[in-house]
Structure formats: structure tokens, C-alpha cells
Design a protein around this ligand. Structure first.
Ligand SMILES: NC(=O)c1ccc[n+]([C@@H]2O[C@H](COP(=O)([O-])OP(=O)(O)OC[C@H]3O[C@@H](n4cnc5c(N)ncnc54)[C@H](O)[C@@H]3O)[C@@H](O)[C@H]2O)c1
Length: 284
């Protein structure tokens, strides 16, 4: 099976990034957004990212225009019927993703592959919402998608070798280095990353130091490009909380337990960069 058209469901920060790298790799892309505001916002986001690449001399202006010409925004899932591979990137909620997988299963041709960009939910469980569990896998991209090289392919209990091989090939076309991870809580990266972020937020809440100090200590002492609090802001505090809650529920490991401060910040709409305020303030 050759993938020519990629469908993307959900156009938040991850969806927009996946749309962008898919367009630049030469794929036709159909992006589904659930309302009239989101679709143009996604297209504008992809356009402005491509324009920045043109401004930096990394992309020719005509290539950017050609890439945008391969993008179609749609308002109904049924319009994804032409996709060979759909990558789902909606909010981190099991029932929501299962519902989308169930609908897509009856819309897509039998050979099409269904992937989720989930950070923490079980791929095997998502696969059961479809009649094609062998064609379901996790394609876990990292934020910002155009910049981060890794693509974690998550093999569910039913995922076939052929499905994995096709996803690996697509990953290579997208310019990513792929690794295969088991369908266990957090896969590889979030198994390690979420306890680190949770610990940093908990320690900050307990008075370890100002946010800038905590982050600077990590950047300077550990050579990380971002400190843990700025990273949580970048991921989105709502997304970070959803991931921590899912991992804690599925594993019971205390290292995933969300600190009360994280929950309070999400409850009042301090979501990090996307809302303009998290552990740090951002100009919008
Ligand atoms: N943020 C990260 O750093 C990161 C990294 C890797 C994976 N992920 C995963 O990617 C997925 C999306 O995360 P994000 O950061 O892009 O979130 P986001 O909040 O930026 O975007 C979520 C998108 O889901 C859409 N959505 C929500 N409910 C919907 C519904 N009922 N029907 C259709 N669309 C709906 C929203 O409109 C929005 O476009 C999540 O599963 C998350 O765990 C996030």
C-alpha cells in the first residue's frame, strides 16, 4: 500500500505541525477541524510557519505555495474518505478518540491505516473501536513537530508488521527518525518525561525557587534547551495534566501523579503558551 494522501483529525498545535511536515514531504493533506473557526486558524498557522521558513531562506516561496495548494480543510469526517493514512490529533480523551476511530473505520477504505498521536492512551484499546485493529498504531510526534526529529511508533497488541513498515516509511519521508515503542504507559519518552515534569511542578509548588530559577538551573546544569516548567507550558498544561492523569490511572505509579498546582492552573485557564499564561507569561 502506498500512502499518497494523509488525513489529519484535529488542528491544534500538534495537528498543524503534522499537516505542515506532511505537506512539505509532498503528500496531499486533508485536515478535519470541528468548527468554522478552527479550520482557517489551522491553515493560517501552517501558512505563517511556512512563511517564516521562507523568510529564513530554508524554503523557496514557490515550494511553500505548492505545499499550501496540497492542503484541503474539511468540516465532515466523511470527507477524509480519500485518505490512505489518517493521523488523529484531538484532545487527550479516550472516549473522544474512540468515537473518531469508530467513525473513521466506516468511512475509510479497508486498506487505510489509522494512527493516533496520543501521548498516553492505549493503542490496543483504541484499536478495538475499529474493525481493523491490525491497521491501527500510534504515531507519536513531538512538539514543535517541524523541529523535533523523533517519531515514536507505538505497536498495539494487534498492529501488524505491514502497518508498522508503512508507518516507518512515511516517517522517513517526513524526515523523522522512527523508533518502535511498546504499548505500555507513556511508551518510551513520556514514561521518562512526565515524572520529570510532575516532579518539577511539585517541587516548584513546594517552594524550591522561582520558575525562572528552576528552569535556568536545569538548562545550565543539564544542558536542556528548555527547563521543565517552560516545557510544560509548551506542551500545554491541559495536555500535560490529561497525560499525567491517564498514566497515573493506567499504571498506578506515584511518579505520574499530577501535583495540585497543575490541576488548579488548568481549572482557571492558565494553559501555558496557548493561553498566554502558565508558569511564564507569553505575548499573544
Ligand atoms: N502538546 C504536545 O506537546 C503533544 C506532544 C505529542 C502528542 N500530543 C498529543 O496530541 C494530541 C493533541 O494535542 P495538542 O497539543 O495538539 O492539543 P491542542 O489543544 O492544541 O489541540 C487539540 C485539538 O483537538 C480538537 N478537538 C477537541 N475536541 C474535539 C472534538 N470533540 N472533535 C474534534 N476535534 C476536537 C480541538 O479543536 C483542537 O484543535 C493529544 O492527544 C496530545 O496528547 C501532544
Amino acid at each position: 500500500m502506498i500512502v499518497q494522501t494523509i488525513g489529519v483529525v484535529g488542528c491544534g498545535q500538534m495537528g498543524a505541525g503534522i499537516v505542515e511536515v506532511s505537506l512539505l514531504a509532498g503528500y496531499d493533506v486533508i485536515v478535519y477541524g470541528r468548527n468554522e473557526d478552527i479550520r482557517p486558524a489551522c491553515q493560517a498557522r501552517v501558512r505563517s510557519s511556512l512563511e517564516r521558513a521562507v523568510g529564513r531562506g530554508k524554503l523557496a516561496a514557490d515550494e511553500a505555495e505548492a505545499a499550501l495548494g496540497r492542503l484541503r480543510g474539511v468540516a465532515h469526517l466523511a470527507e477524509l474518505a480519500a485518505a490512505d493514512l489518517v493521523i488523529e490529533c484531538v484532545a487527550e480523551e479516550l472516549a473522544l478518540k474512540q468515537g473518531i476511530f469508530h467513525s473513521l473505520d466506516s468511512i475509510l477504505p479497508p486498506a487505510a491505516i489509522l494512527a493516533s498521536n496520543t501521548s498516553s492512551l492505549s493503542i490496543s484499546q483504541l484499536a478495538l473501536a475499529t474493525g481493523r485493529p491490525d491497521k491501527v498504531l500510534g504515531m507519536h510526534f513531538f512538539n514543535p513537530v517541524p523541529v523535533m526529529r523523533l517519531l515514536e511508533l507505538v505497536r498495539g497488541l494487534h498492529t501488524s508488521d505491514e502497518t508498522l513498515a508503512i508507518a516507518r516509511k512515511v516517517g522517513a519521508y517526513l524526515g523523522k527518525i522512527t523508533i518502535t515503542a511498546p504499548d505500555s504507559p507513556g511508551f518510551i519518552v513520556n514514561r521518562l518525561l512526565i515524572p520529570y515534569i510532575v516532579e518539577a511542578i511539585g517541587a516548584y509548588e513546594a517552594g524550591l525557587g522561582e520558575a525562572a530559577l528552576v528552569d535556568s538551573a536545569v538548562k545550565l546544569g543539564m544542558g536542556h534547551p528548555l527547563g521543565p516548567l517552560a516545557l510544560a507550558d509548551l506542551i500545554g498544561l491541559d495536555v500535560t495534566l490529561a497525560i499525567a492523569d491517564t498514566l497515573y490511572a493506567s499504571s498506578g505509579a506515584p511518579s505520574f501523579k499530577a501535583p495540585p498546582l497543575l490541576r488548579r492552573m488548568v481549572a482557571v485557564g492558565r494553559l501555558g503558551r496557548k493561553s498566554g499564561q502558565g508558569f511564564f507569561e507569553y505575548r499573544r
